[in-house]
Write a protein that binds this ligand. Structure first.
Ligand SMILES: Cc1ncc(COP(=O)(O)O)c(C=O)c1O
Length: 383
């Protein structure tokens, strides 16, 4: 049977990985500055993580959400402690889109309203409500089109308030740092004012931390750079270090009722043990501090190499916007230097390495990047 061909693929077959290194089927070694799309948080195949999941599987891998599963509570308690988000309840699911879908549904249940405000260049997933508020018409099928989705200019308080004044907005959703849109950080004041406005007009504030959360930004959640308390926080990617798990943090004032949300696989034993192992490693190895330190180092060194590109981001969520298309630059990094990186549009390079990236590994990337950049930028200057 043919696979449904929706992904353009590199001709590389990874077969083994450890920390920030990946090996392919030919034995070629790669440095992973992409983290499998911001998913690898604690490093590939971390021994504690492997042991914990293996032990769990030898006991019980799955039962349904109709019985006691103390691992869910253990995960919730560890998450509260490490994130500092104590005044929340946890709902577990399986992916980022599912987390946002549930967050949107919750906001609508709680407020009794229908509209959701989101922002230009935002990405929130591919399920029906999540894709409707994603700023990419190409992935919105006719069945997903809805007047309830309102996409406004990023960081624009005036337009947001105009919309909220209609009093039919259930929630405003914003990424802690926009990822797929090209690493755009919301203004601090914008988030603070957004919280005030949503409160004033009886809407909820949802922080989508699916890409920017779990320590990637140098704080547990990127919104923690501002003094705001969202009503709902969504997370996924780094949460399971590759094991599919997502979650919604819901402020304690929102009361659940039986059947309000649900899932077959969400919160299963294996997913919880993966999630607990991730939090233990983040804490024991000080990975949030490492993300901040190595991220700052990378950004400072990148600024020394040239001032011809813009550097954006926080921690190990870094975007470089060039004046020329970067297809060749990215390919050279991958095939000549063995370094995986990410992309956004034509001109933006995205760095999303495991949070355990060392200074030595950062230097390996910087040396390769400097050579490739000097080579390619000279070519573009001549053209
Ligand atoms: C900010 C953000 N929200 C939601 C999603 C959707 O997550 P998933 O692909 O797990 O459904 C993504 C995925 O890239 C994302 O970056």
């Amino acid at each position: 049977m043919k696979l449904f061909d929706v992904y353009p693929l590199f001709d590389i077959t990874p077969v083994k990985a450890e920390a920030c290194t990946v090996w392919d089927s030919e034995g070629t070694k790669y440095l992973d500055l992409y983290g499998g799309h911001a998913v690898i948080s604690i490093g590939h195949s971390h021994p504690h993580y492997v042991r914990k999941i293996t032990n769990q599987l030898e006991n019980i891998g799955f039962y349904s959400n109709s019985v006691q599963n103390p691992l869910q509570k253990e995960l919730a308690d560890k998450l509260a402690k490490i994130s500092g988000c104590n005044d929340y309840q946890l709902f577990l699911c399986n992916s980022g889109a599912e987390a946002n879908e549930n967050a949107i549904k919750l906001a609508s249940f709680v407020t009794g309203k229908k509209k959701i405000v989101s922002y230009k260049k935002g990405f929130h997933g591919r399920t029906s409500a999540a894709v409707a508020i994603t700023d990419n018409p190409k992935i919105i099928a006719p069945v997903n089109e809805t007047k309830n989705a309102v996409i406004l200019p990023f960081n624009d308080l005036k337009e947001t308030e105009e919309e909220l004044k209609n009093k039919n907005v259930a929630a405003v959703i914003i990424e802690g740092i926009q990822g797929i849109g090209g690493i755009h950080v919301p203004n601090k004041e914008f988030l603070v004012e957004l919280k005030k406005l949503t409160k004033k007009y009886e809407a909820l504030l949802i922080l989508d931390e699916i890409q920017s959360g779990y320590g990637r930004s140098g704080k547990f959640f990127a919104f923690q750079y501002s003094d705001v308390q969202p009503d709902i926080i969504t997370m996924a990617k780094g949460m399971g270090n590759g094991f599919p798990i997502g979650g919604v943090l819901i402020m304690t004032e929102i009361e659940p009722w039986y059947g309000m949300l649900g899932t077959t696989f969400g919160g299963n034993h294996l997913a919880c043990s993966a999630g607990i192992a991730v939090l233990e490693v983040i804490e024991n190895e000080n990975l949030i501090e490492n993300a901040e330190k190595v991220g700052n180092y990378l950004m400072n060194k990148l600024a020394e190499i040239s001032n011809e590109y813009e550097i954006r981001g926080k921690g190990l969520m870094i975007g470089l916007e060039f004046k020329f298309p970067i297809k060749e630059l990215r390919q050279k990094l991958l095939f000549d230097y063995g370094i995986f990186t990410g992309v956004s549009g034509q001109n933006i390079l995205r760095l999303l390495p495991p949070l355990s990236l060392t200074i030595e590994e950062a230097d390996q990337f910087l040396n390769a990047f400097e050579e490739v950049y000097n080579d390619i930028s000279t070519q573009f200057a001549q053209d």
